[in-house]
Design a protein around this ligand. Structure first.
Ligand code: PLP
Length: 361
């Protein structure tokens, strides 16, 4: 069977090897005689898989022992609420860096919980860049600083952190976790929905420094309190067992290729191929400031809606799918997460060159 090249921003392509492995084990997982989906979350086999996934993630990301790894539900969107519910004390305020639609949503949720302030924004630049954070000043009584490490819709990334002393930085890494090496100890919390670089939708990973757990007000609903999930080792209620099983397979796949360092090398190469094609083209343009370009989500446009539509169709005819840009930005967007092979990007570049020959303005 031919597989298409899937540039979806999320849920996104998964490594073929992982899908094939899951397929081969689907009705009889680990010789249990049943599918992982049919198995109790309290069974030895599932608990083993959960621990394996945690151990693998800890090792791949070099997560210090002073951090806990939680497997939660509700998507990254629920973290927009859980972060302030757990970390924003009365008489304090939460600081937000505004770099696009997702950081805006995170900020809007924080305002429902307490006081939140935008401390830097690139909205005036239509989010085509990220703000310079080198001399960022935070208000007194700042509980935490929230950033969106990779802006999925706008195609930008934050590549250097501000120096803000002991104030914890909370990073939404939904669209770039495990795509490049990072220093986990620079953050108070890292969170990510699984459906781009980690596995299927339905699982949210939260990596949280232990001293930030246990400060939610008593009135916080049980399921929204990090302490609940930390004490129960992510088994307070029925977790998304199949999703966690798939994440474990994806992590094993990353390990087998050489870890995050190798992922970063491949991702830089893939992104370089596509950015070079865009920058050398007389037809396609990148709307994003060069220094702030994402390695994962690459928007581009011809500047003409009809031509953009024609290119999306031209690409789809060549089995290059899901290239239509986000409805708020338009144009095209290629999401090239870890599972995207370099050949997929090369096929896109070839299609762009071919299209340009026949449609140059
Ligand atoms: N944050 C970022 C950066 C995203 O890209 C997304 C989804 O695309 C979200 C948050 C929302 O994630 P979820 O759909 O898991 O709630």
């Amino acid at each position: 069977m031919e597989r298409v090249v899937n540039f979806s921003a999320g849920p996104s392509a998964l490594p073929l090897e992982v899908l094939e492995r899951a397929q081969s084990e689907l009705i009889n997982t680990r010789t249990s005689g049943m599918s992982i989906m049919e198995m109790s979350h309290r069974s030895k086999i599932f608990e083993g898989i959960l621990q394996e996934a945690k151990t693998r993630l800890r090792s791949l990301m070099n997560i210090p022992d002073s951090y806990q790894i939680l497997f939660l539900q509700g998507g990254a969107s629920l973290q927009f609420s859980m972060i302030p519910l757990n970390l924003l004390q009365k008489d304090h305020q939460a600081a937000y860096i505004m770099t696009g639609s997702w950081s805006k949503k995170a900020y809007d949720e924080a305002k429902k919980v307490g006081q939140a302030t935008i401390v830097a924004s690139s909205e005036d630049d239509k989010f085509r860049s990220v703000p310079d954070l080198s001399s960022l000043k935070l208000p007194e009584n700042t509980a935490y600083l929230h950033i969106t490490g990779n802006n999925t819709i706008e195609g930008t990334r934050i590549s250097s952190l501000p120096n803000i002393g002991d104030i914890p930085i909370i990073n939404d890494l939904s669209s770039s976790i495990l795509s490049e090496e990072i220093d986990v100890s620079s953050y108070g919390v890292i969170y990510a929905g699984a459906q781009k670089n980690l596995g299927p939708s339905g699982v949210t990973i939260v990596i949280i420094r232990e001293d930030l757990i246990g400060h939610a007000p008593k009135s916080t609903p049980t399921m929204l309190n990090y302490e609940t999930h930390s004490k129960a080792d992510s088994l307070y209620n029925t977790p998304p067992t199949f999703g966690i099983y798939m994440i474990n397979l994806v992590l094993e796949w990353i390990e087998s290729l050489g870890g995050v360092k190798e992922m970063e090398k491949r991702n830089r190469h893939k992104a370089g191929l596509l950015y070079d094609a865009i920058d050398q083209s007389n037809l396609f343009k990148s709307p994003v400031n060069k220094a702030d370009r994402s390695l994962m989500n690459i928007p581009f446009t011809t500047g003409n809606d009809e031509l953009d539509k024609a290119f999306v169709k031209f690409a789809a005819d060549r089995e290059l799918l899901e290239l239509k840009g986000h409805r708020s930005v338009g144009g095209m967007r290629a999401s090239i997460y870890n599972a995207m092979p370099v050949q997929g990007v090369q096929r896109l570049v070839d299609a762009m060159n071919e299209f340009e020959k026949t449609h140059a303005v």
